[in-house]
Design a protein around this ligand. Sequence first.
Ligand code: GTP
Ligand code: SPV
Ligand code: MN
Length: 589
Amino acid sequence: MTQNKKVLKFVDDSVKLCKPDNVVWIDGSEKQLDELRAQAEKSGEMIKLNEKLLPGCYLHRTAVNDVARVEGRTFICSRKEKDAGPTNNWWNPKEAYSKLYSILDGAMQGRTMYVIPFSMGAVGSPFAKVGIEITDSIYVVLNMHIMTRIGQRVLDSLGNSNDFVRGLHSKVKLEEENRYICHFPEDNTIISVNSGYGGNVLLGKKCFALRIASYQGKNEGWMAEHMLILGVQNPEGDIKYIAAAFPSACGKTNLAMLIPPKVYSDKGYKVWCVGDDIAWIRKGKDGRLYAINPENGFFGVAPGTNEKSNPNALASTRKNTIFTNVVHNLENNTVWWEGLDKNPPKNAVDWKGNKWDASKGEKGAHPNSRFTAPAVNCPCLSSEFENPNGVPLSAIIFGGRRAKTAPLVYQSKDWNNGVFVGSIMASETTAAASGAVGVVRHDPMAMLPFCGYNMADYFKHWIKIGKTIDEDKRPKIFNTNWFRTDEKGDFIWPGFGDNMRVLDWILKRCEGRVDAVETPIGYVPKTEDINLEGLTNFKKEDLEKILNVDKQTWQEEAKEIEEFYQNKFKDTLPKELYDELDKLKENLK
Ligand code: GTP
Ligand code: SPV
Ligand code: MN
């Protein structure tokens, strides 16, 4: 399929190491994909679902010990430890290669090796980057087909170039104690062993499009961010684009596919989805920042997705979708998950593959169960989705899951203050990564698990990018928090589609069409400027509560931030951020 000597050598070396019985190059043809689907069905790796109700859809269950990203076993293997920085696990590349090669030695005996050429970004786009993923999993091939652009056309666009990411994945024996997700940024290489779960094995996603790409972006003058991208169309037909970084399972897919409440849709407002997880951002010819979504599908959280919370996501999963670790409804051979509706199937199998009785109180779907759905299925997919030059950003939002402290929304004072706001993000952990859930941790720019190099240098890169853009062309930077709770622990803000009310304020601020209240942390809306029309059960007093910036709480937060800065980064942190922290402390006096 290619004459590219570097690609051929990478495949050759991998064959010698892993010793598969066969090698299959993925050309991207429907015929080949159909054969693989049939094989996976025959072996039980995938269950074909009801062709009438869910055409082209399959169900897959991972091993019970293999259901989320494993941050503790994810490594940045830069030559120097300081280049991985204080927030990453570092592993000396020599030792890492040696360990990984010993695990991979003969690992594909009795199996077929698949070679997947894939492109992150529309093939041929100036943003696009090519990868070759080698894997022994059909599930990975079929997911990569949905999540990226694959096949012959990618090799054609690569030509003889050496500028491609080498990804090597093997399930090996799915042993937890030998599971490693390793990145070698200086070698453009990713090696993943002993896992079969999405974020660990779909190497185009977090491993390449964030960890390797963030490193490439630093060297090449662009940014790879954990951000959704959406367009808000106003009644005049103008569309303004916003990118937003929220940590895993904190609402990116939901915001990206938002359906405006009636008060807005009646006037003609629409929201278009460009991406739900990753943004590659670079300066365009007109001096503004442009973003593309490098992916081609959605790897979304299933639980909680329903006709009310996110009808566009649900619609996206009605055909050609792979479901992972959800409930198998045997009544009609479809799928179910908690929060889909109030009628769990009577005759069903849970995510572990056991007969499941909802009335016993145990969850049927894993909290991190997912759907892999093609972007083209999404009813609100932006017409700019394939635009090779991306969309211009008016605003950038950072946000987390905070029961207290962070207000519903606030605006930073300028670019560097906005970088500070991103750097001090903290959020409660979720089921997207293995480990405790609900613990508040610092997660700068929602990139803590995804930055492929020293995070202090990453902050410097953000500041530097700001300097390259004229002030009037810089996106304005905001922070949001949909997750403030009341005394009973219930969410105060209705969220989901009603987040449109906050986006509206944000865009008005970008256009200088609305005033704000200055607080120690930044600009907060006047209560009368958040449109509450049509909201029942939500009063102006509730809004006051979640817009409130409590001085004492923020003094404690500032102390926390200082400790985080000092403990992690000491004097490696850019001075600009310490200056911003000083200003915050001063404002809080
Ligand atoms: P990843 O795919 O892991 O990156 O997650 P994500 O950031 O795309 O999160 P997603 O949109 O899938 O939402 C995760 C969880 O947050 C789901 O349980 C949602 O129901 C919930 N959620 C999303 N938006 C809101 C909101 O506005 N308010 C509340 N209360 N919950 C929300
Ligand atoms: C996330 O955890 O941020 C995800 C899912 O989007 S995964 O692909 O597992 O990283
Ligand atoms: Mn994500």
